[in-house]
Design a binder for this molecule. Structure first.
Ligand code: ADP
Length: 397
């Protein structure tokens, strides 16, 4: 050492119930491994000694219950150890949920009430750690052998699929700290905008469709039913945002509401839900490690993943009086480089209520021939001829 060695390897010893908080540098990935002890990343245990690769800019924490030594190789934006975390309160919530799942499993499947596991909804302002807490609760449950359903109502950040969607997927294994939520069988509804205020009615309709679909799946699947769900929500908690939270709580029949770090929101929800005696509203402390991203960073994170139309409506079209009316789009140059959702609808009047099969990316538009060329994740015919366009815009970064 000392003579310009390029080695950036560093070891960090973590005491029990502490965590190493990391922001990977902007330019290169970070390698990290568990040298000894036990540790987890957002609820998923690290394998011993195996190097893991974390992409640039990723923000995460390596937490240990009993102590661990971590080895890192690469540049970080920040890395520091914290011994004050809310993890004990989070794992206590998990233990309560676990008990409810066991009771649901043990009761007769004919009893639709008692055979239903916990339906947890996580609420709070933007950057309060909602997605992270959802992820921990899911991973801890999956580790225990449950198959909880993850529901993501956050159209802005969407951890299951692209922004502009609401989606659900069963979680059968602890979530991979690098790969994130598995994408095998998500149930996706395309809303097409980055905020619900563009079309509140449409957002509510889709939330209702998604809830109805999960309800039907639970009817035929005692295991999923007993495992319950974890619902992640948007950070919009005032005005219409608050109404939409209540709408989600009621539509999904949530019976546990976890409020992250917001006294006022918690007491408002407690007050309005006290007449619904089967709903527990629990306030939880937010983690000091949650990294706040300002609106610009969030916008940027979105546009990394999507390019979409400049306006909600095709040129010349008037806003529809009925917010859930489907408006046909003309084949024009505006479609170039857009992401369109492929609906499962068989008929136009099914488009609003149908989930989507996936997305295509428009690479060319031939206006004369009214033909578009696209990239799709798999070859072959699309499952439907109905494509949905939204209003998400691509911002040059
Ligand atoms: P929200 O869903 O409320 O907007 P997130 O759960 O997405 O908030 O957290 C915001 C960011 O903070 C994410 O990048 C997440 O990975 C990071 N983060 C959360 N908890 C920690 C922690 N304990 N240490 C370091 N980073 C964290």
């Amino acid at each position: 050492g000392g003579s310009g060695s390029a080695s950036t390897i560093k070891q960090v010893k973590l005491e029990r119930e502490s965590e190493l908080r990391i922001e990977v540098g902007n330019d290169a990935p970070l390698r990290l491994r568990l040298l000894n002890g036990t540790a987890e990343i957002f609820g998923t245990e690290l394998p011993p000694e195996i190097w893991l690769n974390f992409p640039p800019r990723l923000k995460f924490a390596v937490f240990t219950w009993y102590g661990a030594t971590i080895e890192m190789d690469g540049a970080t934006e920040t890395d520091y150890t914290a011994d004050e975390t809310p993890m004990v309160s989070y794992v206590n919530v998990h233990a309560v949920l676990d008990g409810r799942r066991s009771r649901a499993k043990a009761s007769s499947p004919d009893d639709s009430g008692s055979s239903q596991g916990p339906r947890v909804i996580v609420v709070g302002p933007t950057d309060s750690g909602k997605s992270t807490l959802s992820r921990m609760l899911l991973s801890w449950a999956a580790k225990q052998g449950w198959k909880p359903t993850f529901v993501d109502l956050d159209i802005g950040q969407g951890s299951i699929t692209i922004p502009g969607c609401i989606a659900a997927t069963p979680i059968e294994m602890p979530i991979d700290p690098v790969e994130g939520i598995p994408l095998e069988m998500p149930l996706v509804y395309y809303y097409g905008h980055a905020t619900p205020s563009n079309n509140v009615e449409l957002y509510k309709v889709l939330v209702k469709e998604l809830a109805g679909m999960i309800e039907r799946q639970f009817t035929g699947n005692a295991e999923s039913r007993a495992s319950g769900m974890v619902i992640n929500t948007m950070g919009w908690i005032e005005g219409v945002g608050y109404d939409l939270l209540l709408h989600a709580i009621r539509t999904f029949k949530a019976n546990v509401v976890l409020v992250l770090g917001q006294e006022k929101l918690c007491s408002m929800l407690k007050d309005v839900l006290k007449s619904e005696p089967k709903v527990d509203v629990v306030k939880l402390q937010r983690s000091g490690g949650v990294v706040s991203r300002n609106a610009k960073v969030r916008q940027k994170a979105r546009s990394y993943r999507i390019r979409a139309p400049r306006s909600a409506l095709p040129i010349g079209a008037e806003p529809a009086a009925d917010p859930t009316r489907v408006v046909p789009v003309n084949i024009n140059r505006d479609l170039l480089h857009l992401v369109l959702a492929v609906s499962f609808a068989k008929e136009p009047d099914e488009i609003i209520s149908s989930n989507v099969a996936g997305f295509i990316y428009v690479t060319d538009v031939d206006i004369q021939r009214k033909k578009i060329t696209y990239l799709a994740p798999s070859a072959g015919e699309l499952p439907s001829k109905y494509l949905i366009m939204g209003s998400l815009t691509w911002l040059e970064t």
